[in-house]
Design a protein around this ligand. Structure first.
Ligand SMILES: Cc1cc2nc3c(=O)[nH]c(=O)nc-3n(C[C@H](O)[C@H](O)[C@H](O)COP(=O)(O)OP(=O)(O)OC[C@H]3O[C@@H](n4cnc5c(N)ncnc54)[C@H](O)[C@@H]3O)c2cc1C
Length: 308
């Protein structure tokens, strides 16, 4: 079986419905009864909402320059007073998260299934943390299945009362934040790590489909890294590696410039930790402006002088 990304363009064939009896499933292992994790609490996800100041395009240089001088927001660090005894980090990727809940951190530098299982047996940790790259997601799921452990994916923060690890993650397409605990030990989680090294990310959405070349030139001018919305990726405008959001990567540059992006919550969860957010969109009612510090109500095609 080759892993493939789900696509909104996929053709839906005939869906065959099988019952639990058809596949001889043990009902004790299905649904909530079989889940090794529990949602402890949920609350509305208001993260990322900002007050937008609308500006003209000619103020953009000045706004970017001032924003680069501000300190950018890093991943949510909620250092709890009480700590759990030991955390095993698979690679160094999740270390910043591990430090928030434990003073005793062990590492397994090899993210091969057997190597990690060996490290879990040797170290006997309270929690095992993985990064959010595709290998870590795959390896963590295989280990959870092999060791019958709960796994909470895509966490954005961790908390503890000294005994239980609480894993915080966006749920229901990012509209709520859920606090989850594992009923099995060690608790296992993949945590969202930032992927960009650039200070500025310029992301193109579906609205920018006809001016991609001028967006690339615009990004080059600021030494910015390119990003994309899923709709731009699904329509082959930009490659998946650039996708920002729930099913893409998380970025937290000093400045995030969204061009032709409407601001779906699935996109916002991938960039809401950026220092300053600037949105360029001709539709003043686009939700992206609720998550932007500065808004430019323009068709990018006009700004770029009609260049593609
Ligand atoms: C389970 C799930 C996971 C998802 N994961 C992700 C994810 O990881 N990342 C992600 O991005 N989305 C994700 N999505 C999709 C998401 O819901 C939106 O459909 C998507 O983000 C919309 O992309 P868009 O903003 O580029 O396109 P649209 O919503 O079509 O918006 C285009 C915008 O461009 C503006 N525009 C038009 N012309 C111009 C112009 N010339 N100049 C400037 N602006 C212009 C329009 O006013 C409009 O606001 C996911 C959806 C689901 C269901």
């Amino acid at each position: 079986n080759t892993l493939r990304l789900p696509s909104i363009r996929s053709k839906i064939g005939e869906v065959k419905i099988l019952s639990a009896d058809d596949i001889k499933a043990d009902l004790q292992k299905c649904g909530l009864a079989g889940s090794p994790t529990r949602v402890v609490e949920t609350k509305e996800n208001t993260s990322g909402r900002r007050k937008c100041e609308f500006i003209s395009f000619d103020r953009l240089d000045e706004v970017i320059k001032n924003s680069l001088n501000k300190t950018k927001q890093k991943i949510q660090i909620t250092h709890t007073e009480k700590k759990i005894s030991k955390v095993l980090c698979v690679t160094k990727a999740p270390i910043e998260y591990a430090k928030t809940v434990s003073d005793n951190i062990a590492f397994c530098d090899n993210n091969d299934v057997d190597a990690v299982i060996g490290a879990i047996k040797n170290e006997n940790p309270d929690a095992v943390l993985f990064g959010s790259d595709s290998i870590s997601k795959r390896v963590s799921a295989l280990i959870a299945a092999k060791l019958d452990l709960g796994l909470c994916a895509d966490c954005t923060a961790l908390q503890t009362d000294g005994e239980t690890l609480y894993m915080i993650r966006p749920a229901l397409s990012g509209s709520v934040i859920a606090k989850i605990k594992s009923l099995t030990k060690p608790a296992m989680a993949t945590v969202r790590t930032n992927k960009n090294s650039s200070d500025i990310v310029v992301s193109a959405g579906y609205g920018a489909k006809n001016c991609l070349e001028s967006i690339k030139a615009f990004a080059d001018r600021y030494g910015a890294q390119l990003g994309a919305s899923r709709k731009a990726v699904d329509n082959d405008i930009l490659p998946y590696e650039l996708q920002v959001g729930l099913t893409g990567k998380t970025v937290s540059p000093s400045v995030y410039i969204a061009i032709g992006i409407s601001g779906a919550v699935h996109h916002i969860v991938g960039m809401d930790k950026a220092g300053t957010v600037i949105a360029i969109n001709p539709d003043k009612g686009a939700p992206i402006f609720d998550y932007a510090d500065y808004g430019i109500i323009e068709n990018f095609h006009n700004i770029s002088g009609g260049k593609k």
